[in-house]
Ligand binder design. Sequence first.
Ligand SMILES: *Cc1c(COP(=O)(O)O)cnc(C)c1O
Length: 395
Amino acid sequence: MSAETAPLPSPELGEPYLLTPGPLTTSHEVKQAMLRDWGSWDDDFRAMTRDMRSRLLALIGANAQAYDCVPIQGSGSYCVEAMLGTFVPKDGKVLVLANGAYGLRAAQTMDYLGRAYTLIDKGDYLPPRGAEVAQALADDPAITHVLAIHCETSSGILNPVEEIAAATQAAGRKLLIDSMSAFGAVELDAGKLNYVAMVSSANKCIEGVPGFGFVIARTDELSAAKGNCHSLSLDVEAQWATMNKTGQWRFTPPTHVVAAFIQALKAHEAEGGVAGRGARYTRNRDELVAGMRDLGFETLLADRWLSPIIVTFFCPSDPNFDFTRFYELMKAAGFIIYPGKLTVVDSFRVGVIGQMDEHVMRRVVQAARQALTDMGVASAAPPAKALEERKKLAA
Ligand SMILES: *Cc1c(COP(=O)(O)O)cnc(C)c1O
């Protein structure tokens, strides 16, 4: 198929935009890259795996030579579990920093692994700060590792990883980062943050399709992790050793997903890498937030904590507002949004990642305006309770 006859991106054919943090809306080229089969043992596919790993390593900054990239089959949570099971020794102890569903899932993973951890649970969205990490590490010398969530996708907060990294390093402990929803759009410089390992997946900011994730880890820590893992299939060190020796994945690789991901990485590079991708997502977020605030909506988070990934809005207090109806009206207009995850007040979330720009976000705001009119909602202002909740978030 030539470029001239290629169909437009599928949202233009009536498929809705996914305003969700992965799976997300991918380009036509990414989908098209999946239209052939590869043998997993073949040289061509081995070269693809090599290319993908080195392209990913190039995204972590100047200190990349001390690191290697290990893809792992499955969704992002498989990679989080693989990272925890591989880098935390059986007699290690993790300080898990939670302020939402993904932090709590990491703690639950530690329960399954039967390995020791302490949890700092900040509730729905308050950020874990450097000073409290420093205090927790001073109080408990048994802690060997700290797990931080980069962007906590359940509220959309961009957690202060620099502060957390500084406190962890000052205390001589090791940092693990779940950068699932931020990597590729927000800088995560290995030289500055000195993490032992981080994880992300194919279907977030690089804009591939779901099917695998990847761990980027220090090679000395990879070597030292031999024998730690509780699981054969999730052993990052074993996957790394085999891949470096044979060029192959240990078990059936998601070949089509890898092909799509390489196409996505090329587009990421053409857009200007992490900085270019981050700039488009930031424009998306700014257009969305300004337009929604014009309609009377309020964000959960103050501007300083808003990620360029996904934004939480409070539901309006107007009794005519009904989230299910709002969702259906938005979907009919071509936009799939996300219910909120706050425990105290009702909310919804709008993702700003994927194949879309600020012009699309303007249409999202128009669709929200029309939905409010259709429901007979006069004001999108949230209940007073929501604004009180927000006051808890110190600047
Ligand atoms: C998406 C995501 C994950 C992984 O979720 P899966 O459903 O397993 O793909 C983990 N952590 C964060 C912060 C995420 O956004």
